[in-house]
Unconditional design. Structure first.
Length: 429
């Protein structure tokens, strides 16, 4: 089968979605399928061998200029190519803090309008390449912000189009009116053009069907996340606490809930003593979130706990596995209803039990893996109690780690995910 797998770059940061898309595309290629992993906006960045095309469609600079200035909507394609340079595009992350909410709303409406929007020239480039160079049997759009592409793609290629769902509701929720209302209307209208959708969990399938896409839920197949398990779980034994090492691996930002974990960490130091507990934090920190993280670090210093706090920054694949193998408990206590949670599976794959809020994808994930505890969302007290429960019951902590690791390795491999996704594609061919 020939698959055009259209993904979105994340401006030079390690992004869970980019990593997962690259992993699945790699497995499909190994299984003998002809898969083109096609980046949009910026090149993708992954902690494994990158199998994406050395070309970017809808380059972020061109998309922005075409939105702001009518001149760039008519420039020659050869000129546009100069602005799709990888270094330039990855540099976009430096400007993320200054993105105006009004500009973001207008751009979202334009992208969902597709052939009727300001970026129609970029859509023409993509469709022409798909039609003349790639000639796929099926198109896979990896998030619903791309649904506007469907109409023109189907008109030109007459192939099925399937769309993945990966947490777009968070972005849409934060848009401002009148653009938010218009964007939601366009999303529902354009969703009708898509043959089918794929969600990472049952919660998100139901939620997106009812709240955003306005499609029957049976139009959405559930394909859980999968990991490249090479290297994960090789460590047989680790030193037990004290100190109890609590870990966080995710983008450092308010929505991921690091502040809740920091507060729980402080509560636990009062219960256990500062020498008996450590907080280990890793993940991408964008410019707009630097003040948030600085405030947390300052608070940790004000408590006199700086010697019990370790910040690793962004980590590579091998560093990530080493990081996880240092831990006794793991938590990313998101304040929003997470649709994915790849790092939860990564922690469990290395035998680290998790303590997660009881919302979004986490109840399904914890039930399937039997590798953690669920606590009240947005409560640092409940989070501290959940972690403390695993500290005072070493046998339970060890059992959750063992069972969670076993279930992840049996049920959540990249091979299984690729096979399930292929079954969805076959349904539409």
């Amino acid at each position: 089968m020939k698959v055009a797998y259209i993904t979105a770059g994340a401006a030079g940061m390690y992004c869970g979605t980019c990593i997962h898309d690259n992993t699945v595309a790699t497995v499909l290629q190994k299984q003998g399928h002809n898969v083109s992993l096609i980046p949009t906006y910026t090149p993708t960045r992954t902690d494994e061998v990158n199998v994406s095309l050395n070309r970017v469609f809808f380059g972020g600079i061109n998309v922005y200029l075409q939105q702001k200035l009518s001149f760039f909507r008519h420039t020659p394609w050869i000129f546009d190519k100069l602005l799709d340079n990888s270094s330039l595009l990855n540099g976009l992350s430096r400007f993320s803090a200054s993105t105006d909410a009004r500009d973001l709303g207008m751009l979202t409406v334009s992208m969902l309008s597709a052939e009727q929007g300001y970026q129609r020239k970029e859509l023409e480039k993509l469709v022409k390449w798909l039609q003349e160079d790639d000639k796929p049997d099926i198109i896979y759009l990896t998030n619903s912000m791309f649904v506007g592409f469907t109409r023109e793609i189907k008109n030109a290629l007459d192939v099925p189009v399937v769309c993945g769902l990966q947490g777009e509701d968070i972005f849409l929720r934060d848009l401002i009116d009148p653009y938010k209302t218009k964007a939601l209307s366009l999303l529902a209208e354009r969703a009708a053009d898509v043959d089918g959708f794929v969600a990472p969990c049952n919660y998100y399938a139901q939620f997106m069907a009812e709240e955003y896409l306005k499609v029957p839920v049976d139009k959405i197949d559930v394909v859980p996340l999968g990991l490249n398990l090479d290297g994960h779980g090789n460590l047989v034994e680790k030193a037990g606490p004290p100190p109890l090492k609590i870990g966080y691996l995710a983008r450092i930002c308010p929505e991921k809930g690091l502040h809740l974990l920091v507060s729980a960490f402080y509560t636990l130091t009062k219960e256990l003593g500062a020498n008996n507990i450590e907080l280990h934090v890793a993940g991408y920190l964008g410019k707009k979130d630097e003040p948030y993280f600085e405030e947390l670090v300052n608070q940790i210093h004000a408590w006199g706990l700086q010697d019990s706090f370790v910040h690793y920054g962004e980590v590579t694949r091998s560093q990530k596995i080493d990081f996880l193998n240092r831990l006794h408990v793991f938590s990313v206590p998101t304040v929003y209803r997470e649709s994915k949670g790849l790092s939860i599976l990564e922690a469990l794959a290395n035998g680290v039990p998790v303590v997660q809020p009881q919302h979004g994808s986490f109840p399904e994930m914890v039930k399937a893996t039997e590798g953690g505890l669920l606590v009240e969302p947005e409560s640092s007290e409940a989070l501290a109690e959940g972690i403390f429960q695993l500290f005072r019951d070493p046998s339970k902590r060890k059992q959750l780690g063992i069972v969670g690791k076993s279930n992840v390795h049996q049920k959540f491999s990249d091979v299984i995910t690729a096979q399930q996704l292929m079954k969805v594609f076959e349904k539409y061919l």
